[in-house]
Design a protein around this ligand. Structure first.
Ligand SMILES: *Cc1c(COP(=O)(O)O)cnc(C)c1O
Length: 341
């Protein structure tokens, strides 16, 4: 297979149209068999449920070329399960897990020429999503849905090394108690846009959201979960029913415990404790871990001891181990790597 003529090392995180995408439609109570198509346009009613009442959910995962030259994806079964949970919360018909994995495989295989070669740091980002497609004007769930997957090659998240981020404690809330913070829905992002634009204007890279109920506990950022490292090297992550269950974070916790032998704690994390941590990182599929160097709470600065020049040592070990597993340099736990070709 001839790879596309792309400058892999200089790709950003943007949309590049690839050759094929997967489409399945839900009608009369059932999903059709699904097809790969060249057609990148979605044609729906002007009154489609997604356009009126934002009934949509999505996922994000990546395909990698391993050191051995295989194309693989990372734990797509967890994306499939999470998308079923997201769909259920928005009264959408779940797209079955086995079909989700098969659709990911088909889409990646059809776009294999866009999967960046090993060693470039670039990856093929995979975006499954689903939306209500028939006309809905009285508020209710749609009767018809479309499930799609497209792919786009994306560059190494950190060009020239990971620079620690400066984040601020947001005055906005991301998710209500008993709301939709735990599902991957576009609506959670729509309402975070004003907060992130405001944070950027004020010179910050990201927002730290606190729990909306008491504003005393750390939740997450707009699109990544927190990991903290204590001074005695415990890896701590906030536990909350309104946090999106990041697959990267769950994998990093496993790596911390089973590969690095570090104690892990998933528990409520009070903002008051943050000043005592040694390291802080943001985890998600896009960057794996972005180190945080500084957290600003209304002018009060918390400087993480790991500083503003590089990742903390435990964060670095976690990053190296997980990316090593993804790229086939380190043996993966059973079931984590799904080989495509
Ligand atoms: C997608 C997402 C994450 C990261 O999840 P991964 O499965 O690790 O990519 C974290 N927080 C939010 C709000 C998200 O939407």
């Amino acid at each position: 297979m001839q790879k596309k003529d792309i400058d892999w090392g200089n790709l950003g995180f943007g949309y590049i149209k690839t050759d094929k995408r997967y489409v399945s439609n839900y009608r009369d109570g059932a999903w059709d068999e699904g097809v790969l198509t060249d057609d990148d346009k979605v044609v729906i009613s002007e009154c489609a449920g997604v356009l009126q009442y934002s009934q949509s959910v999505f996922e994000g995962l990546k395909a990698y070329t391993t050191e051995q030259g295989q194309i693989v994806t990372f734990r797509p079964d967890l994306n499939a399960e999470r998308m079923m949970d997201s769909a259920a919360r928005l009264e959408m018909p779940p797209f079955p897990k086995e079909r989700f994995i098969d659709a990911v495989v088909q889409t990646v295989r059809a776009n294999a020429a866009y999967v960046p070669p090993y060693g470039t740091g670039a990856t093929l980002y995979i975006r499954p999503y689903m939306f209500g497609s028939n006309p809905v004007i009285g508020v209710k769930p749609a009767d018809e849905y479309q499930f799609r997957i497209f792919t786009t090659p994306v560059g190494p998240y950190f060009k020239g090394g990971a620079k620690p981020l400066t984040i601020c404690v947001s005055d906005f809330d991301r998710a209500a108690p008993h709301g939709t913070g735990h599902i991957k829905a576009g609506l959670n992002y729509a309402m975070s846009l004003h907060a992130i634009v405001s944070a950027h204007k004020a010179g910050f890279d990201e927002n730290m959201y606190l729990d909306a109920g008491t504003r005393t506990k750390v939740e997450e950022t707009g699109g990544a979960n927190f990991l903290f490292v204590t001074k005695d090297k415990h890896v701590v992550t906030p536990k909350s029913a309104s946090i999106l269950p990041s697959i990267t974070r769950r994998s990093l916790l496993y790596v911390a415990e089973h590969y690095l032998g570090l104690p892990v704690e998933e528990r409520e994390v009070y903002f008051d404790e943050v000043k005592d941590f040694a390291e802080c990182g943001l985890c998600g599929t896009a960057a794996v871990i972005s180190p945080v160097g500084k957290i600003v709470d209304h002018g009060h600065e918390i400087l993480l001891p790991s500083g503003m020049d590089h990742m903390g040592p435990v964060t670095q070990q976690l990053y190296d181990t997980l990316t090593g597993i993804q790229m086939g340099r380190i043996e993966a736990p059973e079931g984590w790597i799904h080989v495509i070709d």
